[in-house]
Design a protein around this ligand. Structure first.
Ligand SMILES: [Fe+2]
Length: 381
């Protein structure tokens, strides 16, 4: 079923309708932000070629996975030089985040770029429409008003309502060409974002409704798309990823995401994989939480009720063995759960991480994680 909901086009094969952005926004020059190999492999390049002549857009794909400020600045210069009036992002989370950063920096004084990326200076809205077409089902960036940006090894999250895309196309067909590992870790990112968005201190009834539905769709469809290109399953995983984005757009993420950025920044572990190196043990610790450690002002019963629903949706029957259950779940998806085997941590880092973790950044976690819990998460005896 193809559904047009306001500016959002949803359905398998609907990327064919990309020409609608001309009727909607009448752009004179489009900034097309894409990945490299994946852009052609997923079929998007051919469809763009069928709908736009080369002089209608300028393409930017000269950047690395994990959005860096310097890459965004280069993209912004290119956008300005071409006097663009629409940004079209076709790709995974990094591509959509780079497009958001170009929008954030478009009218800014270049000297202020780092300060804007760090969230110290507010961005100004250039009023350029942003159209986001995810070609991976994971980040949900098309549904959020945040943009992740790395400055050196450090990750920042730029937030502004102007960064929420004006139009999205959710087409599961674009997921077909990804490898099984890519599909698995992207889907796992969406699953983590749904779980974290449901138990976050910042959660609401609305964010939980998105998150619970997203988990249900992922648990039914994610493993299927690793071995088949079943259209309904691909579309459902794309929808689940979008729901996960809507969840964290309200709730934000919690400890597993906070810890993941060091694995990615220092050891190049892909984001969706990095999040799951700690999530199984964090989940187990949450199930042992009590009224002394609860961090949510709504109280222990509120959080326990959310955890009960999450364990049911994830198929966890014995809560005593949650960590092992979730690690085995990763193995079944072809994803290594051990941070040491992944080369995501050195022995030296194991000893200083509990001292280095900024506990302030864990404010959104439903339970307080002290040094003992953090040592356990990083398996320090
Ligand atoms: Fe994520």
């Amino acid at each position: 079923m193809n559904t047009d909901i306001k500016n959002h086009i949803v359905g398998f094969g609907t990327f064919d309708q990309i020409g609608k952005i001309n009727a909607q926004f009448a752009p004179k020059k489009i900034m097309l932000v894409t990945g490299r190999g994946s852009y052609a492999a997923c079929g998007a390049k051919e469809i763009i070629g069928n709908n736009f002549s080369p002089n209608e857009y300028i393409q930017f794909n000269d950047f690395e996975i994990n959005p860096k400020l310097s890459d965004a600045q280069r993209g912004t210069e290119l956008a300005r030089a071409n006097n663009i009036d629409l940004i079209l992002a076709i790709g995974g989370g990094s591509v959509i985040d780079i497009a958001k950063l170009i929008k954030a920096l478009y009218t800014a004084n270049p000297n202020k770029a780092e300060s804007i990326a760090r969230g110290e200076t507010a961005m100004s809205d250039p009023n350029i429409p942003l159209v986001a077409v995810p070609t991976t089902a994971g980040s949900g960036s098309e549904a959020t008003h945040f943009a992740v940006v790395y400055i050196g090894k450090d990750k920042f999250s730029l937030a502004d309502q102007a960064l929420l895309p004006n139009m999205t196309i959710l087409d599961g067909k674009l997921l077909q060409s990804a490898s099984a590992y890519q599909k698995a870790i992207n889907g796992l990112d969406a699953l983590a974002q749904s779980i974290e968005g449901c138990w976050a201190v910042g959660s609401t009834d609305e964010s939980q409704a998105y998150g619970f539905k997203g988990i249900e769709l992922l648990m039914t469809n994610l493993s299927k798309i690793l071995t088949t290109n079943d259209e309904e399953s691909l579309q459902n995983v794309m929808l689940a990823s979008n729901l996960a984005g809507k969840t964290i757009n309200i709730s934000k993420t919690t400890a597993a995401h906070a810890f993941s950025y060091a694995f990615t920044g220092y050891h190049d572990v892909p984001h969706g994989h990095a999040v799951w190196l700690t999530l199984p043990e964090i989940f187990a610790i949450h199930l042992e939480g009590n009224c002394e450690t609860v961090n949510d002002p709504r109280g222990l019963e509120h959080v326990s009720s959310t955890l009960r629903h999450l364990t049911k949706l994830l198929g966890i029957q014995n809560t005593q063995t949650t960590g092992d259950f979730l690690r085995k779940f990763l193995v079944r998806l072809g994803v290594e759960p051990d941070m040491q085997k992944m080369g995501a941590i050195t022995n030296e880092q194991r000893s200083f991480i509990p001292l280095q973790v900024n506990l302030q950044r864990l404010d959104n976690n439903p339970f307080i994680l002290g040094k003992k819990e953090i040592s356990r998460i990083f398996s320090i005896s």
